[in-house]
Write a protein of this length. Structure first.
Length: 507
């Protein structure tokens, strides 16, 4: 379900959309709805639906969309917990299946995700027993592990730890098990169904019920997933009309053809970032989007962060304008007029400049963020540049040196336009924040490197800046890092060499 601004506000699944929506929109049910559901129904403006083949696919897709859009009226799936997957490293001496919730570019083979964790665990136990695969944790199991493990006694393991099976034969079993997880399990299912019928014929109904549940779990896990189709309705937004209304509301000399909006993303103090998105003629101008890492602010301080990003953005524009026309800012006219005159001259000559000042600056926030932005603009001599703040809670519009805010009707085209650019800035800032977090997760590759502790990992990252630079560093450069030394440096170089060999040179 989407609202008037085309934002996703609720994601749900159903076998029958007609019956599910009737639960919401039947008048008698609306009267009995709780306040949250009534608020949802008042906000719904449009629908988008996806068609899938079965219930597990719908569950996986529902979780994916909720994590992607974080709808206001959803409760489940909003955390960072993901569905289970199975991974196996075929380069291990004796590979074993492991459960994981994240997929990395580490050369391992991954299967999933799987919607039913219980069915997956039952299937893995069945696979280990059927193919004699080990479930012990040591990277290279040995005699000591053999003494404390009973899997070989109950015929659940082929005991590679003591040489009862050669590595080539064991890996062949793992390959068969991988094919089993990929859906090539018809023979096993048929055998279990026959055993179930035999048990029922012997009136051993308890064993037959166990086999029935096992077959169902196996079918759930190995059922192939297919792509879904997507259906949506076209948008009816009129950007030019919204621009004219916005100019009238803010008393601007004309429709703001170019608007720039700033947003700060500081989910944690690890990475504080900002975004600047540009709208031209009321629609996104993605070629002029910018993103920033906050450098001068320690901790979470939205006001100081907003001041830094505004200062960096418009001081750069003035610097580029001065480099283009050195005499530009030497006369008595204001910087705003000078830059706009330069842009107009270049456009008349058929040589348009990529740099220009916007017709309206929007900051995501209330009086505090607006005051910080105005202070920086004043310091740059851009006091004539129109700027407003848009506060989220009540969608209030704040203007410089005015204590009272402007509140527009919910169906106002000007408000919808401001909300679109604000939400786009928020999306772009969060996307950059997530990108930096993914890069940080990539640093966890060092956790798998033998001999590299957390302290040594941080020392390497401080020295080289990223895992990619560590991969390209020479043995002598790595050995020169404090706490590493020649012997450990050789292990690091060999670790990345093996990783590149497993991934075909991609890692």
């Amino acid at each position: 379900m989407r609202d008037r601004l085309n934002r996703v506000i609720y994601v749900g699944k159903a076998r029958s959309l007609r019956k599910r929506l009737a639960q919401y929109f039947t008048p008698s049910r609306q009267m009995r709805s709780d306040p949250k559901t009534r608020a949802l129904l008042e906000s719904v403006w449009d629908f988008e639906f996806h068609t899938v083949n079965n219930e597990p696919e719908s569950l996986l897709l529902e979780g994916k969309l909720i994590k992607e859009y974080r709808p206001k009226y959803n409760i489940s799936f909003r955390d960072d917990k993901r569905f289970l997957m199975v991974k196996v490293n075929m380069d291990d001496p004796f590979p074993r299946f492991q459960l994981t919730r994240t997929k990395k570019e580490d050369g391992n083979r991954y299967f999933g995700p799987f919607a039913h964790s219980g069915a997956l665990r039952v299937t893995l136990n069945l696979i280990k027993k059927r193919f004699g695969l080990r479930s012990c944790r040591p990277a290279v199991p040995g005699e000591a592990d053999y003494k404390h493990c009973l899997d070989h006694v109950i015929k659940n393991c082929s005991a590679p730890c003591v040489g009862k099976i050669e590595r080539e034969a064991y890996v062949a079993r793992v390959e068969e098990a991988c094919g089993f997880l990929e859906g090539r399990s018809q023979e096993a299912v048929a055998a279990l169904e026959q055993e179930m019928r035999d048990a029922a014929g012997r009136m051993d109904f308890e064993r037959a019920a166990q086999l029935r549940d096992m077959v169902e779990d196996l079918k759930r896990t190995t059922k192939p997933m297919r792509r879904f189709t997507r259906h949506t309705l076209p948008s009816t937004i009129n950007p030019l009309t919204d621009l004219e209304e916005l100019a009238e509301v803010l008393l601007l000399p004309g429709p703001p053809t170019v608007m720039e909006c700033f947003d700060i993303s500081n989910i944690s103090t690890t990475h504080v970032v900002a975004s600047m998105v540009s709208f031209k003629n009321g629609v996104p101008d993605k070629s002029n989007y910018r993103r920033y890492r906050i450098k001068s602010v320690v901790g979470q301080n939205d006001f100081a962060s907003m001041a830094e990003v505004v200062r960096r953005r418009y001081s750069r524009i003035l610097l580029e304008a001065r480099e283009t026309a050195p005499e530009l800012l030497e006369n008595q006219e204001s910087p705003v007029e000078a830059v706009r005159r330069l842009v107009a001259q270049r456009e008349a000559d058929g040589r348009p400049l990529p740099v220009r000042l916007p017709d309206l600056v929007i900051v995501d926030g209330g009086k505090g963020q607006l005051s910080s932005a105005c202070h920086e603009l004043g310091g740059l001599g851009l006091v004539e540049l129109p700027v407003i703040g848009l506060a989220k809670e009540y969608e209030e519009i704040f203007r410089p040196n005015e204590s009272n805010s402007i509140r527009l009707p919910d169906d106002s085209g000007a408000l919808r336009l401001l909300q679109r650019i604000r939400d786009e800035a928020h999306r772009f800032a969060n996307g950059y924040h997530q990108l930096l977090m993914k890069r940080r997760i990539g640093e966890s590759l060092l956790d798998d490197c033998p001999g590299i502790s957390e302290t040594r990992k941080m020392a390497l990252l401080r020295k080289f800046g990223s895992v990619e630079r560590i991969k390209k560093a020479s043995l002598e450069e790595i050995a020169a890092v404090f706490g590493i030394g020649p012997r450990l440096a050789e292990g690091v170089v060999e670790f990345f060499a093996r990783l590149r060999a497993r991934t075909g040179g991609v890692a």
